[in-house]
Write a protein that binds this ligand. Structure first.
Ligand code: MBD
Ligand code: FE
Length: 286
């Protein structure tokens, strides 16, 4: 047990937003976009903004509110959250369509991935507190294969998800660092089996500017219950994806538009919890 074990958690949008921003900033990114490409993108982006402004005859008050809201999103550290909820799914689709992949479908990463989670054996248990162990267990198993069905031994399945209160470790205070985060290594035949808890539908942080944005147009801040995954093996395309639960709330209207029919699990309830099987099929790297 760690000292943070049973502390009450009351995270706010400010906490999780700022943590996501700090984590993102830690790896400074760059791209080799040419001047020509940047010019083409910015020209079209400004034209799209102009079109919307004219179409809806945006008022000066609305323009001022937009400016204020964008300042707030930055101050609350919510750009990773807002962008991953409202834009990342398009980027994911565009980059998937660049190749002719036939393996397991990807989905958005979202703002809460952390690399180098603890390695777990192929038949293990996610790092959990006693309060997590009291939730409905989820036994998640399957095999990682190549396109021909050959098992990929030593493949890594990074798994991360929220606890029953909808909080991710490292983005909410009072949760042990690696709680509900782990890297499962497949056995010689590519098999994996992991015990965790059944996640619940998830409300994105909504007490900050992302929440005000959703409220302003009468939307909801919910995502269906989900598992986040990153599956990798040398020589193969790394898949970042998510899995959902058949019949669950918000599977049909995810605020982040990140559900694909191929990514919906069919849980079987048994005496010792919910069981799900999922085969991961990796394309060759190209
Ligand atoms: C999440 O847990 C998530 O998966 C996404 C996409 C956005 C915010 C929080
Ligand atoms: Fe998530």
């Amino acid at each position: 047990m760690t000292s943070v074990e049973n502390q009450t958690v009351d995270p706010t949008a400010h906490d999780s937003g700022n943590k996501a921003t700090e984590k993102f900033k830690a790896n400074r990114v760059s791209s080799d976009t040419s001047k020509e490409r940047a010019n083409a993108i910015y020209t079209d982006l400004l034209a799209a903004i102009a079109e919307v402004a004219h179409k809806h005859e945006i008022t000066y008050e609305e323009y001022a509110v937009l400016k204020q809201w964008m300042i707030d999103v930055g101050e609350y550290g919510e750009w990773p959250l807002w962008l991953d909820v409202f834009v990342e799914h398009e980027i994911e689709e565009i980059n998937y369509n660049r190749h002719d992949y036939t393996g397991t479908k990807g989905s958005i990463e979202g703002p809460y991935y952390v690399e180098n989670s603890p390695k777990l054996p192929w038949d293990g248990e996610m790092p959990m507190r006693d309060k997590d162990k009291a939730c409905t267990p989820l036994i998640f198993e399957g095999q990682v294969t190549d396109l021909d069905g050959n098992g990929l031994g030593g493949a890594e399945i990074e798994l991360w998800h929220a606890d029953e209160d909808g909080f991710y470790s490292q983005f909410a205070p009072g949760i042990p660092e690696w709680n509900l985060r782990g890297t499962i290594v497949t056995d010689e035949e590519g098999r994996y089996k992991i015990k965790t808890l059944q996640p619940a539908p998830y409300q994105i942080p909504h007490d900050g500017p992302t929440g005000w944005f959703i409220e302003s147009y009468g939307g909801h801040p919910w995502r269906p219950a989900h598992l986040h995954l990153r599956v990798s093996h040398p020589g193969y395309r790394t898949i970042t994806t998510q899995l959902y639960f058949e019949g669950g709330d918000y599977v049909e209207n995810d605020v982040a538009t990140a559900v694909k029919p191929e990514l919906v699990l069919h849980p079987e309830a048994t005496g010792d919890g919910n069981h799900v099987h999922y085969p991961f099929v990796l394309d060759k790297e190209n």
